[in-house]
Design a protein around this ligand. Structure first.
Ligand SMILES: [Mg+2]
Length: 381
């Protein structure tokens, strides 16, 4: 079997899909994308395709080695995401070739269902409480929310109080039987995190995510030791070597993204690395259906897995939805806040190829919002 053809599709709201076809007619799908940088990743996939065309798709590890290292210069979001999407597509093909779901090829399932969480949005505590109540009504057992909006380098008393009030309002809705995680999106400084986290600890968030931007990960130990709140990070890290320092700093939860951190092959290894530190995986996935399907395959095969992010119905996917590109949405139907184990070969979903080709004709030009502080200076989004 040989790889015959590789195509990419720019899909609203902000995704890029790749389709890998073999001379025997098998087709694998992947989702190689960096949010806001889909076009450079598309170019990277095209360059990497020069190597893959004519190759045996089942030699996944061999291809992963060459795709990540063969260009001499390596790593970074664009290249690692391009490799990630192609890796997903090769695993999808392998599963179909062997007649097995990917989790079976990874050693078989270690759990029967996967716990997921939904995002809740809102600026005011009352809005957040309403959104949390809606997720509880929908059967979710865990949610995640932003900790704050723009945050000063040294947060004021009112900024600290606002973060605590937001979490307090949501905890009151959830009680102790459900969980809430808090995402700082890298908006805090080390000093800010050390000031805020001890005040959040009594509210027992499941974890606090990306308190600081990855450039400051060498300070994570100072944040970990500031409180008993478990610290999570990883959506902007791109290979196992980048996760080592956070683990050594005492981070409890790793959040590699299946579409950024080298795909199924590398996230599997990141999970094994985390296991040696007693840390758990909660893969980042605010992306589309292929990325979520790949995440689930890893979740079902990884012992030290905690919970899965997903973006079905999320507020910022305007004009298009994760389920729009599937022939059958059933694999992503929640049952009691969990997803069931896929048994179909490969990634376990059937992509609606016509919908994808139609959407690609329109494309998208999604970009991150650029935030500013009151004085006009740049603020982390
Ligand atoms: Mg995040």
């Amino acid at each position: 079997m040989k790889i015959d053809r590789i195509e990419t599709f720019l899909i609203a709201p902000r995704w890029l899909f790749c389709r890998v076809e073999t001379d025997e007619g098998l087709v694998g799908w992947g989702e190689p994308v960096v949010e806001g940088r889909a076009e450079p990743v598309r170019s990277a996939v095209e360059v990497l395709s020069e190597y893959l065309l004519g190759e045996d798709p089942l030699r996944i590890e061999q291809h992963w080695q060459v795709l990540t290292k063969g260009g001499f210069y390596r790593g970074g979001p664009v290249l690692s995401s391009a490799v990630a999407g192609l890796d997903q597509a090769l695993w999808d093909i392998a599963g179909q070739a062997y007649g097995a779901p990917v989790h079976a090829l990874l050693g078989g399932p270690v759990r029967d269902r996967v716990r997921i969480y939904s995002w809740v949005g809102g600026d005011e505590p009352a809005e957040l409480a309403d959104a949390a109540a809606a997720q509880v009504a929908a059967g979710m057992t865990a949610i995640k929310m932003n900790a704050s909006g723009r945050l000063g380098a040294i947060p004021t008393s009112s900024e600290v109080a606002a973060v605590v009030e937001r979490l307090t309002a949501v905890r009151a809705v959830l009680g102790d039987d459900r969980d809430v995680a808090l995402d700082f999106h890298g908006r805090a400084s080390v000093a800010a995190a050390r000031r805020i986290l001890p005040e959040l600890a009594p509210l027992r968030p499941l974890f606090v995510e990306e308190p600081v931007v990855p450039e400051q990960n060498h300070r994570l130990a100072d944040i970990v030791t500031a409180s008993a709140v478990p610290i999570a990070t990883g959506e902007r890290l791109f290979g196992r070597h980048e996760f080592l320092a956070p683990l050594q700093a005492g981070v409890a939860v790793l959040q590699p993204d299946l579409s950024h951190a080298g795909g199924i092959s590398e996230v599997r290894r990141i999970g094994a690395l985390a296991e040696t530190y007693g840390a758990v995986l909660a893969p980042h996935c605010p992306l589309g259906p292929i990325s979520l399907a790949a995440s689930l395959q890893v979740a079902f095969a990884t012992p030290n897995f905690l919970i899965q992010e997903q973006s079905i119905g999320i507020h910022y996917n305007q004009g298009s939805e994760l389920l729009d590109y599937l022939v059958d949405p059933e694999p992503f139907r929640f049952v009691d806040g969990h997803l069931r184990r896929p048994e179909a070969p490969g990634l376990g979903i059937t992509v609606d190829e016509k919908a994808v080709r139609d959407a690609d004709r329109t494309g998208h030009a999604w970009r991150n919002p650029v935030w500013r502080h009151d004085d006009g200076s740049f603020a982390e989004w």
